[in-house]
Design a binder for this molecule. Structure first.
Ligand SMILES: [Fe+2]
Ligand SMILES: [Fe+2]
Length: 214
């Protein structure tokens, strides 16, 4: 994906289309090793396995949404530094996306069937946020990362005790998300006014309820 300063609107659109395809239909490759790799995999009973898969599907969708949001924002970002920041943030989420997909396979499950819908919705929100200006862009990054961090914390409490592999993945993701939020804050994020954070939390609650099953 290019971060050149002279991208035309068509280049930006093609960048977005390429990201959408590889996120939703491809198998993104992680640059870092899967944090669960060296943890022995324990056989879970059927109820535990299905519950763990539901939670890991939610986390996978969360990463699809983060990708789409950042790519949507980058497509309309005015300041090249903000655009670079957004594209780098999206790049770092690729590891999370790949690790969650690996774990879903190990749990004999699959990503959400609605990933194209989650991607399209989040991309649209990203474009709208981006059109408000670069401080807003970074404010959305901070709010998204905090919300993802909160649901990762919740999942660390509700995953089956024995599912140490999923836990190992979520712990690293949670540390990464906290760092992403901090970087965006330092880069000049605006604090989003209400009701934006509340609407984002409501959208995330809906996504979690649906993605657990679908
Ligand atoms: Fe992430
Ligand atoms: Fe993140």
């Amino acid at each position: 994906m290019s971060t050149s300063r002279t991208l035309s609107p068509l280049d930006r659109l093609l960048d977005s289309a390429q990201n959408a395809l590889s996120t939703v239909a491809g198998s993104p490759r992680a640059e870092r090793a899967n944090p669960g790799e060296s943890t022995p995999d324990v056989v879970l009973d059927d109820t535990e396995r299905r519950h763990a898969a539901g939670l890991m599907r939610i986390n996978h969708v969360g990463e699809v949404c983060a990708q789409a949001l950042y790519i949507g924002q980058a497509a309309v970002a005015r300041d090249p530094a903000t655009r670079t920041h957004l594209l780098e943030a999206a790049q770092e989420e690729t590891d999370h996306l790949a690790w969650c997909a690996d774990r879903l396979r190990e749990l004999d499950s699959r990503p959400s069937l609605l990933n194209p819908v989650w991607y399209a919705g989040s991309y649209a929100i990203g474009v709208l946020a981006g059109l408000r200006g670069d401080g807003w862009n970074l404010g959305f990054v901070v709010e998204t990362e905090h919300q993802v961090e909160a649901h990762l914390e919740e999942h660390l409490h509700t995953l089956p005790e024995a599912d140490l592999r999923s836990r190992a993945i979520l712990r690293v993701m949670k540390d990464d998300e906290a760092r992403h939020a901090e970087h965006a804050e330092h880069a000049g994020a605006k604090v989003l006014p209400q009701p934006v954070p509340t609407l984002m939390a409501a959208a995330s609650t809906l996504m979690k309820a649906v993605a657990y099953r679908l």
